[in-house]
Design a protein around this ligand. Structure first.
Ligand code: NAD
Length: 250
């Protein structure tokens, strides 16, 4: 097991990619703090982990609020004694052309996708620095690397979290902390269903364009996160791994 007895926080662990990451890390031996805005789904994922014979807690958090992120870290330490791994997975978008978008939507996208992970870094880093150990993995998007029509501000926030992560990777490497990014392509989750609406042509068109001819499943993303979270990746930092079925080979 790659993560035996490690303690991991997974934000947005209640559903979709975050749920798959939480289950994957638990399968590799980690104790998992499933942190989500939705207490019901967080509890459900934590219950699935316990049913695997592993330890988990559900933490209710709104990552756009730094005080709540501090509380998330404290609750995890109270339950498991420390934090080894932070997975910044939460994200949100509303698909529309930029010219039709409104400032209130930009503010929400920026708060959740950029300020939120920054809050989580700020909350977790003092503890990781003190322990001289940490693995931080953030979920960006290939929209943040190559752009995506209808997702301008979202793309900006995801590009932002990539460059933010690289900078923090440089700043904290001397403390034994690695910081990496997993960059999914289109992935079959409730978020994708909401963004694609009820238009099956979007998924069909993407499948034709993706060399591996299918959308990612959440488990495809989780495997890459488990690698970065493990000591198999202890000499890898400041990197971005696209998990997109070959859709974007840059
Ligand atoms: N699904 C895709 O096609 C796709 C593609 C590329 C990148 N991503 C990224 O992957 C990540 C996960 O996406 P998903 O498709 O699983 O999303 P999802 O909407 O299915 O799940 C997101 C989870 O985050 C939680 N959440 C939302 N706002 C929160 C907040 N303020 N505080 C705490 N929790 C909050 C939700 O309750 C939910 O459980 C996101 O960062 C997303 O941008 C997804």
């Amino acid at each position: 097991m790659k993560l035996k007895d490690k303690v991991a926080i997974v934000t947005g662990g209640g559903q979709g990619i975050g749920r798959a990451i939480a289950l994957e890390l638990a399968g590799e031996g980690a104790k998992v703090s499933v942190a989500d805005l939705n207490p019901e789904t967080a509890k459900k994922t934590a219950g699935e982990i316990k049913a695997m014979g592993r330890e988990a807690i559900a933490v209710t958090v709104d990552i756009t609020d730094l005080a709540q992120c501090d509380k998330m870290v404290k609750e995890t330490i109270a339950a498991f004694g420390c934090v080894d791994v932070l997975v910044n997975n939460v994200g949100w978008d509303k698909m529309e052309l930029f010219i039709q978008s409104e400032p209130a939507t930009w503010d929400k996208v920026i708060a959740i996708n950029l300020r939120g992970p920054i809050n989580c870094f700020k909350a977790a880093l003092p503890h990781l620095i003190e322990r001289k150990y940490g693995r931080i993995v953030s979920i960006a998007s290939d929209a943040g690397r190559v752009g995506s029509s209808g997702e301008a501000v979202y793309s900006g926030t995801k590009g932002g979290i990539i460059s933010f992560s690289k900078t923090i990777a440089r700043e904290v490497a001397r403390h034994g902390i690695t910081v990496n990014v997993v960059s999914p392509g289109p992935t079959d989750t409730p978020f994708f269903a909401a963004v694609a609406g009820d238009n099956p042509a979007i998924a069909e068109g993407l499948k034709k364009a993706i060399p591996l001819r299918r959308l990612a499943q959440p488990e495809d993303i989780a495997g890459a996160v488990a690698f970065f979270a493990s000591d198999k990746a202890s000499y890898v930092t400041g990197q971005v791994l696209s998990v997109s079925g070959g859709l974007n080979m840059v």
